[in-house]
Design a protein around this ligand. Structure first.
Ligand code: GLN
Length: 470
């Protein structure tokens, strides 16, 4: 069976036509994982027996004519979404043996469709990072060049699909963790509108920024996963009511020119310009726009996000969840458990977050950052109200980098320059493959990011498919 770039659309057709069964398809992926994942390390755990069971159940549904879009489709899940009875570690030593007591909302939805869950994928610890080098279990590799990172934090979910070790996958995006790895591995990555997909059962990183989304080989595949996982959920107080896209065809694309000059590789910019030209040739109007506060996004994100991280990870204290190291008194249990359970980047962010929230500094840092965040959000809303249907940027300033190349944390944070404004504003965005650039004799993918108004994923799918055809 040829699994190379197999899409949900094609697998659906073949399963429904009886060309192969879900069990055969699932076995083919399990075999691929067995032979190739030792090199790629996309998965932290593979659920062979369970996946086969799910495939058999799916085959019965397909035979009975009851197939839904994801029935029998083998998927990979980032290791920060709860699946009842399964270990969910967020790639941390802290939760190495922690088992979920319920299904995340998205998992319930996938199970209801009869999807096949192959396993849980590697990530940066608690989703903090852009390379998976912060995983407590060793990094994932980029299937296109094993000497390079697949991006992060959802690097395992990207590597699984790019390496043909799953048809598609779920990831989470707090500041770019779906779009950046999608860009670095040549996939489509969708970050939906904040609140459109429930966070119930997602291990929280920055709660006001976190969003579950999907990886696929095509825009159409990310849409199938979005439609399958969205919907209102009473368990998530930020969940928004279900909505129908307005259907208005997008015509005007805004390019924030002055923002784009921020440390971008010339050949990445060239690929971006080429795609702009072909969109223009397809009839889109391309308009230069100004977003004066958006360049502050990275600074704002690296205050608000650690503040929320420090609060969210407070529950991991050696008592309530996960790793517990004994001590003379409760303080010592807290200290020793957290020192043993958290890696260096997680500790750094807890410290920064605690600092920016501390009594003496909360006004200077956290509250000020919140004000700039509002200004950034308003800028997007105003741009969209002024007749711009979508805003586009490259997804990342450069293609996949080598392991260890960004050991300076600030250099790593700069990876997110184009992706974090989207999370601060809560708007949806997609990264679509945008041609390749050469590094040391290897052609590496780049990504084209499309940003739409709140609840206008339809705009992303429309323009995204035009970029695919470009
Ligand atoms: N790379 C960003 C960070 O390290 C984004 C992470 C994410 O989206 N989960 O915070």
């Amino acid at each position: 069976m040829d699994l190379s770039k197999l899409t949900i659309t094609e697998a659906r057709r073949a399963l429904d036509a009886g060309e192969y069964t879900s069990l055969e398809l699932t076995n083919a992926y399990l075999e691929a994982i067995r032979t190739r994942d030792a090199d790629i390390h996309a998965y932290l755990e593979v659920w062979e027996d369970n996946a086969r069971e799910e495939a058999r159940a799916a085959d019965l549904l397909i035979k009975a004519g009851k197939a839904q879009p994801l029935t029998g489709i083998p998927l990979a899940i980032k290791d920060n979404m709860l699946i009842k009875g399964r270990i969910v570690s967020a790639a941390s030593k802290m939760l190495e043996h922690y088992r979920a007591s319920y299904d995340a909302f998205v998992i319930e939805k996938l199970k209801a469709q009869g999807a096949v869950l192959l396993g849980r994928t590697n990530m940066d610890e608690f989703a903090m990072g852009s390379s998976t080098e912060n995983s407590a279990y060793g990094p994932s590799k980029n299937p296109l060049d094993l000497s390079r990172v697949p991006g992060g934090s959802s690097g395992g979910s990207a590597a699984a699909v790019a390496g043909n070790l799953a048809v598609a996958s779920l990831g989470s995006d707090t500041g770019g963790s779906i779009r950046q790895p999608a860009s670095l591995t040549g996939l489509v990555g969708l970050k939906p509108t904040y609140g459109s997909v429930s966070r119930y059962g997602l291990i929280a990183m920055g709660s006001s920024l976190d969003q579950i989304g999907s990886f696929g080989h095509t825009v159409a595949d990310t849409k199938v996963l979005f439609d399958a996982t969205r919907g209102h959920d009473l368990h998530d107080s930020t969940s928004i009511a279900d909505y129908e896209p307005s259907g208005k065809v997008p015509k005007v694309i805004g390019v924030p020119r002055s923002f784009l000059s921020q440390g971008i590789d010339p050949d990445v910019l060239e690929q971006f310009e080429k795609t702009l030209e072909s969109l223009h040739a397809r009839g889109y109007e391309i308009r230069d726009i100004e977003l004066p506060n958006v360049p502050y996004s990275l600074a704002v994100y690296y205050i608000i996000m650690p503040a929320e991280v420090s609060t969210n990870l407070g529950r991991l204290d050696g008592i309530r969840y996960g790793l517990s190291v004994t001590g003379e008194n409760i303080q010592e249990v807290y200290g020793k458990s957290r020192a043993a359970g958290f890696g260096p980047e997680t500790r750094r962010r807890i410290l920064v977050g605690t600092f920016v929230l501390s009594a003496g500094y909360v006004d200077a840092y956290y509250r000020r950052a919140q004000k700039v965040r509002s200004a950034i959000r308003d800028e997007f809303v105003q741009a969209f109200a002024s007749g711009i249907d979508a805003i586009v940027t490259p997804t990342t300033p450069s293609p996949a980098f080598k392991f260890g190349a960004k050991s300076d944390p600030v250099a790593m944070y700069a990876e997110d320059v184009f992706s974090v404004p989207v999370n601060l504003a809560g708007v949806p965005a997609i990264s679509v493959p945008n041609g390749t650039v050469e590094r040391e004799g290897v052609r590496l993918p780049t990504g084209f990011q499309i940003i739409a108004p709140h609840m206008r994923e339809d705009v992303l799918f429309k323009i995204g498919e035009d970029v695919e055809r470009a």
